[in-house]
Design a protein around this ligand. Structure first.
Ligand SMILES: Nc1ncnc2c1ncn2[C@@H]1O[C@H](COP(=O)(O)OP(=O)(O)OP(=O)(O)O)[C@@H](O)[C@H]1O
Ligand SMILES: [Mg+2]
Length: 224
């Protein structure tokens, strides 16, 4: 269960302040499929990054993640760096809008990154079979900058599938894909959801957004 209370995020830059999230309150029970929608600049990626502990919100907000199976009860707004990095290599798999692939690691190494970060022996066979499932196994020894945008996106998705996370956070996961790859990703997501994963999917794709049980729609940093 994810419980968000009074969550705000203000970006301060030399050119001024942007209130990217304003007093967000919501509850996401385990195993739900949630779509996060809203126009460009409405705060979707900011919300995802705060939930995953990547961005610190304004003081006074709460985002509590309770996963009984993982023995986890953490308010990411209060968590220290170790707890936040454990969250991102454990309970939450994040497919970033800009993929976040490590440029000096090969495709295969990028997929097993969660294990590299937590100093666990990688399961190379598992990584290869996920790359095959996403029809990108021929690129396992390539570097990210040798791939197209859609191929990089599939590597980012492969990395999320590799981890045994209970929460999937996906920021525009089908944004760079052709129709066939998009449909493949949607069917993989359906399978993950059937297996009990909590899905938080930011998307402009109406069909993908419609898969959700809960729709969180943001406008100017507020839930509407
Ligand atoms: N690092 C940053 N520094 C300053 N302002 C930022 C930063 N990141 C985002 N913003 C601002 O915060 C607001 C929300 O941005 P965010 O990236 O969360 O939007 P989004 O809904 O994900 O948009 P998109 O659909 O284009 O990805 C925007 O006004 C944006 O300009
Ligand atoms: Mg975004």
């Amino acid at each position: 269960m994810i419980t968000i209370k009074n969550l705000s995020k203000t970006y301060k830059t030399p050119s001024g302040e942007t209130r990217a999230l304003q007093n967000i309150d919501c509850t996401i029970p385990d195993g739900q499929w949630v779509s996060i929608t809203g126009p460009s600049g409405s705060g979707k990626s900011t919300l995802a990054n705060v939930i995953a502990g990547i961005l610190a919100p304004d003081p006074g907000g709460h985002c509590r993640i309770v996963l009984d199976e993982d023995n986890l009860d953490l308010d990411v707004c209060m968590a220290n760096d170790t707890q936040k990095s454990e969250l991102r290599t454990g309970a939450i798999a994040f497919i970033h809008q800009d993929f976040n692939l490590i440029s000096y690691l090969s495709v295969l190494e990028n997929v097993v990154l969660p294990d590299i970060l937590r100093k666990k022996k990688p399961d190379w066979d598992k990584a290869r079979s996920i790359l095959a499932q996403l029809s990108i196994e021929s690129k396992e020894n390539n570097m990210p900058d040798e791939l197209s945008g859609g191929q990089q996106q599939r590597v980012a998705i492969a990395r999320a599938l590799y981890s045994d996370a209970r929460i999937l956070m996906a920021d525009e996961p089908t944004g760079n894909l052709d129709e066939i790859s998009r449909d493949e990703i949607i069917s993989i997501f359906k399978e993950l959801h059937k297996n009990g994963m909590t899905m938080l999917v930011i998307t402009h794709d109406h069909y993908l957004a419609g898969m959700a049980q809960i729709i969180l729609h943001l406008e100017d940093g507020r839930l509407v």
